[in-house]
Design a protein around this ligand. Structure first.
Ligand code: URA
Length: 251
Protein backbone atom coordinates (compact mmCIF):
# COMPACT_ATOMS: atom_id res chain seq x y z
CA UNK A 1 0.00 0.00 0.00
CA UNK A 2 1.37 3.44 -0.93
CA UNK A 3 1.01 5.73 2.06
CA UNK A 4 3.44 8.59 1.84
CA UNK A 5 4.89 10.91 -0.72
CA UNK A 6 8.28 9.20 -0.34
CA UNK A 7 6.63 5.80 -1.11
CA UNK A 8 5.22 7.34 -4.26
CA UNK A 9 8.56 8.78 -5.28
CA UNK A 10 10.22 5.42 -4.65
CA UNK A 11 7.58 3.65 -6.77
CA UNK A 12 8.06 6.17 -9.57
CA UNK A 13 11.81 5.60 -9.41
CA UNK A 14 11.29 1.80 -9.65
CA UNK A 15 9.15 2.26 -12.76
CA UNK A 16 11.74 4.55 -14.35
CA UNK A 17 14.41 1.91 -13.67
CA UNK A 18 12.23 -0.64 -15.48
CA UNK A 19 10.88 -2.51 -12.43
CA UNK A 20 7.23 -2.19 -13.41
CA UNK A 21 5.97 -5.65 -12.42
CA UNK A 22 4.73 -6.66 -8.98
CA UNK A 23 6.12 -10.12 -8.23
CA UNK A 24 4.44 -10.61 -4.86
CA UNK A 25 1.82 -9.01 -2.62
CA UNK A 26 4.14 -8.15 0.23
CA UNK A 27 7.25 -6.00 0.08
CA UNK A 28 10.40 -7.84 1.18
CA UNK A 29 13.68 -6.35 2.22
CA UNK A 30 16.08 -8.54 0.28
CA UNK A 31 19.11 -6.84 1.81
CA UNK A 32 18.16 -7.62 5.40
CA UNK A 33 20.12 -10.37 7.15
CA UNK A 34 17.57 -13.12 7.44
CA UNK A 35 16.68 -14.39 10.87
CA UNK A 36 16.40 -18.15 10.49
CA UNK A 37 12.73 -18.87 10.63
CA UNK A 38 10.86 -22.00 9.72
CA UNK A 39 8.35 -19.82 7.90
CA UNK A 40 10.92 -18.00 5.88
CA UNK A 41 9.60 -17.84 2.33
CA UNK A 42 11.46 -19.45 -0.53
CA UNK A 43 14.17 -17.16 -1.90
CA UNK A 44 13.04 -15.24 -4.94
CA UNK A 45 14.17 -16.83 -8.19
CA UNK A 46 13.43 -14.23 -10.77
CA UNK A 47 13.43 -14.52 -14.49
CA UNK A 48 16.94 -13.04 -14.69
CA UNK A 49 18.20 -16.38 -13.40
CA UNK A 50 15.92 -18.27 -15.71
CA UNK A 51 16.74 -21.70 -16.99
CA UNK A 52 14.02 -23.45 -18.95
CA UNK A 53 11.58 -24.97 -16.50
CA UNK A 54 10.61 -28.57 -16.90
CA UNK A 55 7.71 -28.13 -19.27
CA UNK A 56 5.85 -29.95 -21.93
CA UNK A 57 8.13 -31.12 -24.68
CA UNK A 58 6.10 -30.34 -27.72
CA UNK A 59 5.98 -33.05 -30.33
CA UNK A 60 4.92 -30.88 -33.25
CA UNK A 61 1.78 -29.03 -34.22
CA UNK A 62 0.06 -29.59 -37.53
CA UNK A 63 -1.70 -26.21 -37.73
CA UNK A 64 -1.16 -22.67 -36.48
CA UNK A 65 -4.12 -23.08 -34.14
CA UNK A 66 -2.55 -26.20 -32.62
CA UNK A 67 0.77 -24.42 -32.29
CA UNK A 68 -0.86 -21.46 -30.55
CA UNK A 69 -2.58 -23.82 -28.10
CA UNK A 70 0.76 -25.54 -27.44
CA UNK A 71 2.50 -22.21 -26.80
CA UNK A 72 -0.26 -21.12 -24.43
CA UNK A 73 0.02 -24.39 -22.50
CA UNK A 74 3.83 -24.31 -22.38
CA UNK A 75 5.40 -23.88 -18.93
CA UNK A 76 9.04 -24.08 -20.00
CA UNK A 77 9.80 -20.36 -20.23
CA UNK A 78 10.13 -18.53 -16.91
CA UNK A 79 8.89 -15.27 -18.46
CA UNK A 80 5.38 -16.69 -18.49
CA UNK A 81 5.26 -16.36 -14.69
CA UNK A 82 5.54 -12.58 -14.78
CA UNK A 83 3.65 -11.88 -18.01
CA UNK A 84 -0.02 -10.95 -18.12
CA UNK A 85 -0.71 -12.49 -21.52
CA UNK A 86 0.78 -14.89 -24.01
CA UNK A 87 1.44 -12.90 -27.18
CA UNK A 88 1.35 -15.31 -30.12
CA UNK A 89 0.79 -13.49 -33.42
CA UNK A 90 -1.30 -10.96 -35.28
CA UNK A 91 -2.26 -10.43 -38.89
CA UNK A 92 -3.17 -12.82 -41.67
CA UNK A 93 -2.16 -16.44 -41.12
CA UNK A 94 -0.53 -17.71 -44.31
CA UNK A 95 0.33 -14.17 -45.51
CA UNK A 96 3.24 -13.80 -47.97
CA UNK A 97 5.19 -11.62 -45.50
CA UNK A 98 6.03 -12.73 -41.96
CA UNK A 99 7.66 -10.23 -39.60
CA UNK A 100 9.53 -11.51 -36.57
CA UNK A 101 10.41 -9.08 -33.77
CA UNK A 102 11.94 -9.55 -30.35
CA UNK A 103 9.45 -9.76 -27.50
CA UNK A 104 6.20 -8.19 -26.30
CA UNK A 105 6.48 -4.86 -24.51
CA UNK A 106 4.08 -3.55 -21.88
CA UNK A 107 1.28 -2.64 -24.33
CA UNK A 108 1.53 -6.00 -26.07
CA UNK A 109 1.55 -7.81 -22.72
CA UNK A 110 -1.57 -5.93 -21.62
CA UNK A 111 -3.46 -6.42 -24.89
CA UNK A 112 -2.13 -9.84 -25.91
CA UNK A 113 -1.13 -8.91 -29.49
CA UNK A 114 2.34 -8.20 -30.92
CA UNK A 115 3.48 -4.75 -32.01
CA UNK A 116 0.53 -2.68 -30.79
CA UNK A 117 2.54 0.01 -28.95
CA UNK A 118 4.55 2.90 -30.38
CA UNK A 119 7.03 0.72 -32.21
CA UNK A 120 4.17 -1.33 -33.66
CA UNK A 121 2.50 1.81 -34.94
CA UNK A 122 5.73 2.80 -36.66
CA UNK A 123 6.03 -0.71 -38.09
CA UNK A 124 2.47 -0.46 -39.47
CA UNK A 125 3.22 2.89 -41.12
CA UNK A 126 6.44 1.54 -42.64
CA UNK A 127 4.70 -1.54 -44.03
CA UNK A 128 1.89 0.57 -45.45
CA UNK A 129 4.33 2.52 -47.62
CA UNK A 130 5.13 -0.68 -49.53
CA UNK A 131 1.57 -2.00 -49.63
CA UNK A 132 1.60 -4.36 -46.66
CA UNK A 133 -0.64 -4.45 -43.64
CA UNK A 134 -1.53 -6.90 -40.91
CA UNK A 135 -5.16 -6.61 -42.05
CA UNK A 136 -4.51 -7.94 -45.55
CA UNK A 137 -1.13 -9.51 -46.30
CA UNK A 138 1.27 -9.54 -43.35
CA UNK A 139 1.68 -11.82 -40.33
CA UNK A 140 3.54 -10.64 -37.23
CA UNK A 141 5.12 -12.46 -34.32
CA UNK A 142 8.12 -12.37 -31.98
CA UNK A 143 10.97 -14.62 -30.87
CA UNK A 144 9.52 -14.54 -27.33
CA UNK A 145 5.87 -15.07 -26.51
CA UNK A 146 6.06 -13.39 -23.10
CA UNK A 147 7.25 -9.99 -22.01
CA UNK A 148 10.60 -9.78 -20.23
CA UNK A 149 9.95 -7.71 -17.06
CA UNK A 150 10.85 -4.08 -17.53
CA UNK A 151 11.50 -4.78 -21.25
CA UNK A 152 14.96 -6.08 -20.47
CA UNK A 153 16.86 -8.04 -23.14
CA UNK A 154 15.81 -11.67 -23.17
CA UNK A 155 18.37 -14.17 -21.91
CA UNK A 156 19.78 -17.01 -24.01
CA UNK A 157 17.78 -19.52 -21.95
CA UNK A 158 14.53 -17.69 -22.59
CA UNK A 159 15.21 -17.53 -26.31
CA UNK A 160 16.22 -21.20 -26.39
CA UNK A 161 12.97 -22.18 -24.64
CA UNK A 162 10.83 -20.41 -27.28
CA UNK A 163 12.87 -21.11 -30.38
CA UNK A 164 11.48 -24.57 -31.27
CA UNK A 165 8.02 -22.95 -31.38
CA UNK A 166 9.29 -20.10 -33.53
CA UNK A 167 10.71 -22.53 -36.09
CA UNK A 168 7.43 -24.42 -36.17
CA UNK A 169 5.65 -21.11 -36.47
CA UNK A 170 7.58 -20.22 -39.64
CA UNK A 171 7.18 -23.74 -41.05
CA UNK A 172 3.40 -23.64 -40.57
CA UNK A 173 2.90 -20.03 -41.69
CA UNK A 174 5.01 -20.69 -44.82
CA UNK A 175 5.59 -17.05 -45.78
CA UNK A 176 7.30 -16.21 -49.06
CA UNK A 177 9.57 -13.72 -47.29
CA UNK A 178 10.55 -13.22 -43.65
CA UNK A 179 11.49 -9.79 -42.29
CA UNK A 180 13.75 -10.13 -39.25
CA UNK A 181 13.19 -7.01 -37.21
CA UNK A 182 16.10 -6.26 -34.90
CA UNK A 183 19.20 -7.97 -33.58
CA UNK A 184 17.45 -10.51 -31.35
CA UNK A 185 15.45 -12.04 -34.22
CA UNK A 186 18.51 -12.00 -36.47
CA UNK A 187 20.87 -13.64 -34.02
CA UNK A 188 18.28 -16.19 -32.82
CA UNK A 189 17.30 -17.42 -36.30
CA UNK A 190 20.45 -16.88 -38.33
CA UNK A 191 22.94 -17.69 -35.58
CA UNK A 192 25.19 -14.86 -36.72
CA UNK A 193 27.63 -13.25 -34.37
CA UNK A 194 27.72 -9.88 -36.13
CA UNK A 195 25.38 -7.22 -34.79
CA UNK A 196 22.36 -5.80 -36.58
CA UNK A 197 24.32 -2.72 -37.72
CA UNK A 198 26.44 -5.02 -39.89
CA UNK A 199 23.68 -7.38 -40.98
CA UNK A 200 20.82 -5.03 -41.80
CA UNK A 201 19.96 -4.73 -45.47
CA UNK A 202 21.31 -8.22 -46.16
CA UNK A 203 19.35 -11.20 -47.43
CA UNK A 204 19.78 -14.68 -45.98
CA UNK A 205 18.43 -18.12 -46.78
CA UNK A 206 16.43 -19.12 -43.74
CA UNK A 207 16.63 -22.90 -43.53
CA UNK A 208 13.49 -23.88 -41.70
CA UNK A 209 13.23 -27.38 -40.21
CA UNK A 210 10.34 -29.12 -41.96
CA UNK A 211 10.45 -27.03 -45.14
CA UNK A 212 12.19 -28.28 -48.28
CA UNK A 213 13.30 -24.89 -49.55
CA UNK A 214 14.83 -22.02 -47.60
CA UNK A 215 12.84 -18.82 -47.18
CA UNK A 216 14.49 -15.52 -48.16
CA UNK A 217 14.91 -13.43 -45.01
CA UNK A 218 15.85 -9.77 -44.83
CA UNK A 219 17.53 -8.36 -41.72
CA UNK A 220 16.48 -4.86 -40.72
CA UNK A 221 16.41 -2.50 -37.77
CA UNK A 222 13.81 -2.86 -35.05
CA UNK A 223 11.23 -0.03 -35.06
CA UNK A 224 11.97 0.80 -31.42
CA UNK A 225 15.60 1.42 -32.42
CA UNK A 226 14.32 3.73 -35.18
CA UNK A 227 12.19 5.62 -32.66
CA UNK A 228 15.31 6.19 -30.57
CA UNK A 229 17.58 6.82 -33.57
CA UNK A 230 15.58 8.51 -36.32
CA UNK A 231 18.75 9.23 -38.31
CA UNK A 232 18.76 5.52 -39.24
CA UNK A 233 15.31 5.64 -40.82
CA UNK A 234 16.75 6.19 -44.30
CA UNK A 235 18.52 2.81 -44.10
CA UNK A 236 15.30 1.15 -42.95
CA UNK A 237 13.56 2.80 -45.89
CA UNK A 238 16.12 1.24 -48.25
CA UNK A 239 15.37 -2.15 -46.69
CA UNK A 240 11.66 -1.66 -47.31
CA UNK A 241 12.29 -0.83 -50.96
CA UNK A 242 14.49 -3.95 -51.27
CA UNK A 243 11.68 -5.99 -49.73
CA UNK A 244 9.15 -4.60 -52.18
CA UNK A 245 11.48 -5.29 -55.14
CA UNK A 246 12.07 -8.84 -53.95
CA UNK A 247 8.33 -9.46 -53.91
CA UNK A 248 8.03 -8.11 -57.45
CA UNK A 249 10.81 -10.47 -58.56
CA UNK A 250 9.01 -13.42 -56.99
CA UNK A 251 5.99 -12.42 -59.11
N1 URA B 1 8.83 -4.99 -29.77
C1 URA B 1 8.86 -6.23 -30.31
O1 URA B 1 9.92 -6.74 -30.71
N2 URA B 1 7.72 -6.90 -30.38
C2 URA B 1 6.56 -6.41 -30.00
O2 URA B 1 5.56 -7.11 -30.10
C3 URA B 1 6.54 -5.10 -29.45
C4 URA B 1 7.69 -4.41 -29.35
Amino acid sequence: MVSTRSDLLLLRWYVEMGADEAIGWHARDRLAVDAVSPNRPEPFRGPAAATPLPGTVHAGASSLAELEAAVRAFEGCALKRTATNTVFADGVAGAPLMIIGEAPGSDEDRIGRPFVGRSGQLLDRMLETIGFSRKTNAYITNILFWRPPGNRKPTGDEIAACLPFVWQHVALAKPRIVLLSGGTAVSALLERREGIMRLRGRWFDLKVPGLDTPIPALATYHPSFLLRTPARKSEAWRDLVALENHFHKLG
